[in-house]
Design a binder for this molecule. Structure first.
Ligand code: DOR
Ligand code: ZN
Length: 352
């Protein structure tokens, strides 16, 4: 049936996991998200990280100032959880109109995570405060010890940490970010309704061969790293299942091309330039374009207890070439599918 669909209008979507950085990179990338999303959860892993409501509000102003003049895009801010986060700050988040969650990075797990949490059990009192105040906790779910194989780090985190957190704090709303494995999908499905999860376009479209087969391709290197094909199939099935626990979060993570194409390349795929088009390709592949709207536009808003958007976007079946680079005077960023064809194109967006 999907073969006949060549135009799709859905409610305006949101991106529930986005990195926009700061300064000149922010100016280069923000328009890509603003053209297709109503809102986005903004990750706090700047250098230094955003750890207070006050800093988050300044960062929010910087993002608003970088938007195109006519944009109604809303950045939804988050704070970076550290061992020094206070329960007062959690209360401030609960009372803030603009700050929506805390992000837990296990120390050393990924880009700018050095200030993250070393001993997770030591911050259980903070989880208790979040649970009490109804503040969501967003989790980068990977163990960090060097002895763990990089392909096993998500599963080990679930078994050794996440299952315990969900047992001890059943009323804490948790988003397991950027799922990459069958085991993670099964964990989220079996957990109570306070546990949701985001899934990125790269984890729906690619398996680990994309990074390593026929040459090392650094633009597919992100964390958690791409996994085997059966994991990709499990993610595709979850995203297209209609289960409201699963929702869109691109984890679009811009890095300068020179730092990706490097002897020690940075982790992160840039996907904001074509986020909806990339998801549409994945959903079409699964014969489930009819499930895209729930995943992209409803499930995340419902989980965060925010109103659904009233606008719409339209995607049409047109082929177009993704630029090799997004380039301006300050930055060069290589996007996902650089120089390749995409078969869906965003042709209209209206913010309600
Ligand atoms: O690949 C990634 N890049 N994973 C993350 O968790 C962080 C992100 C970044 O900030 O570049
Ligand atoms: Zn991220």
């Amino acid at each position: 049936m999907d073969k006949l669909i060549d135009k799709l209008t859905i409610a305006l979507p949101d991106d529930w996991h986005l990195h926009v950085r700061t300064g000149s990179i922010l100016k280069t990338v923000i328009r890509h998200s603003a053209r297709q999303f109503g809102r986005a959860i903004i990750m706090p892993n700047l250098k230094p990280p955003i750890t207070s409501v006050e800093q988050a509000l300044l960062y929010r102003n910087e993002i608003l100032a970088a938007l195109p003049a006519d944009s109604a895009f809303q950045p939804l801010m988050t704070l970076y959880l550290t061992g020094n986060t206070s329960s007062e700050e959690i209360q401030k988040v609960a009372e803030s109109e603009h700050v929506h969650a805390f992000k837990l990075y296990p120390a050393g797990a990924t880009t700018n995570s050095d200030a993250g949490v070393g001993n997770i059990e030591a911050v259980y009192p903070l989880f208790a405060a979040m649970e009490k105040h109804g503040v969501p906790l967003l989790i980068h779910g990977e163990v960090t010890n060097a002895e763990y194989d990089i392909f096993d780090r998500e599963k080990i985190f679930i078994d050794s940490q996440l299952s315990q957190i969900t047992q001890q704090f059943p009323a804490l709303r948790i988003v397991a970010e950027h799922l990459t494995t069958l085991e993670a999908v099964q964990f989220v499905e079996a957990a109570n309704d306070n546990v949701g999860a985001t899934i990125t376009p790269q984890h729906l479209l690619y398996n680990r061969n994309a990074i390593l087969a026929g040459g090392i391709r650094p633009h597919f290197y992100c964390l958690p790293i791409l996994k085997r094909e059966h994991h990709r199939q499990a993610l595709l099935k979850a995203a297209t299942s209609g289960n409201p626990k699963f929702f869109l979060g691109t984890d679009s993570a811009p890095h300068p091309t020179s730092l990706k194409e490097n002897a020690c390349g940075c982790a992160g795929c840039y996907s904001a330039h074509a986020a909806l088009e990339l998801y549409a390709e994945a959903f079409e592949q699964a014969g489930a374009l009819d499930k895209l709207e729930g995943f992209a536009s409803f499930h995340g808003a419902d989980f965060y207890r925010l109103p659904r958007n009233t606008g719409t976007i339209t995607l049409e079946k047109n082929s177009w070439s993704v630029p090799a680079q997004y380039e301006d005077t300050d930055n060069r960023i290589t996007p996902l599918k650089a120089g390749e064809q995409l078969h869906w194109q965003l042709t209209a967006a209206c913010n309600g």
